[in-house]
Design a protein around this ligand. Structure first.
Ligand SMILES: [Zn+2]
Length: 206
């Protein structure tokens, strides 16, 4: 059997994990031996489940790094699914390549960009070496169009690349409504302030 590397990527709330779960379920129906992994950094909701935002779940083995993952794959395993793959370091690239060479179907799901719009961790190379890539979209919270970006609310002060489990801190946004420096929200505020100042000046001049 020939191996394959599949990547499902997109912003938060785009259904990446649902798609991973959907593919895994089909393999399970076909009675293929599947193993599911996720990095230990993602400890939201449940320690051993891959849980999507709409609460679908399947059991996953938490691993501390790419080599830990490789060591846990049985020889009899035909399908390896990896959720939140963006959190792994570059070693995940040689691990997924090795598994595919061994004949495994490797299904990876992860964020392609961080909240500043920059490519996330090993994702650029993973997308390049993959046999299939599916970019899934969320819905822009401003205009309702397809969203390919993860926007972090400006009131969130933590500047880490990702706040694990802090889904309330993020929104999906389309390109037009994604601005890392949040200028489109500051502009109406500035106009509001300018108007207020003008009214106050007029009041004091009278
Ligand atoms: Zn939009």
């Amino acid at each position: 059997m020939q191996g394959i590397i599949e990547v499902v990527c997109g912003p938060m709330f785009s259904g990446k994990t649902e798609e991973l779960i959907r593919r895994v379920r089909r393999c399970q129906i076909a009675r293929q031996k599947v193993q599911i992994f996720k990095p230990i950094i993602d400890n939201r909701y449940h320690a051993t489940d891959v849980v999507s935002h709409n609460s679908q779940s399947i059991e996953a083995v938490p691993v501390k790094d790419a080599f830990d993952l490789l060591q846990r794959v049985y020889d009899s395993t035909r399908v390896v699914a990896i959720d939140e793959v963006q959190f792994f370091d570059e070693n995940i690239l040689s691990v997924v390549t090795k598994l595919a060479r061994r004949g495994c179907r490797v299904i990876c799901a992860g964020l392609d960009q961080d909240y500043t719009g920059k490519p996330f961790g090993p994702m650029p190379t993973l997308l390049a070496i993959a046999d299939t890539v599916n970019k899934v979209h969320a819905i822009c919270t401003v205009c309702g169009e397809a969203a390919s970006k993860t926007y972090r609310r400006p009131e969130v002060k933590n500047k880490n690349q990702v706040l694990v489990g802090e889904t309330d801190s993020y929104e999906a946004r389309c390109r037009a409504h994604f601005d890392y420096f949040n200028e489109e929200e500051e502009l109406p505020l500035m106009e509001f302030l300018a108007k207020t100042l003008k009214v106050n000046n007029l009041a004091t001049n009278v």
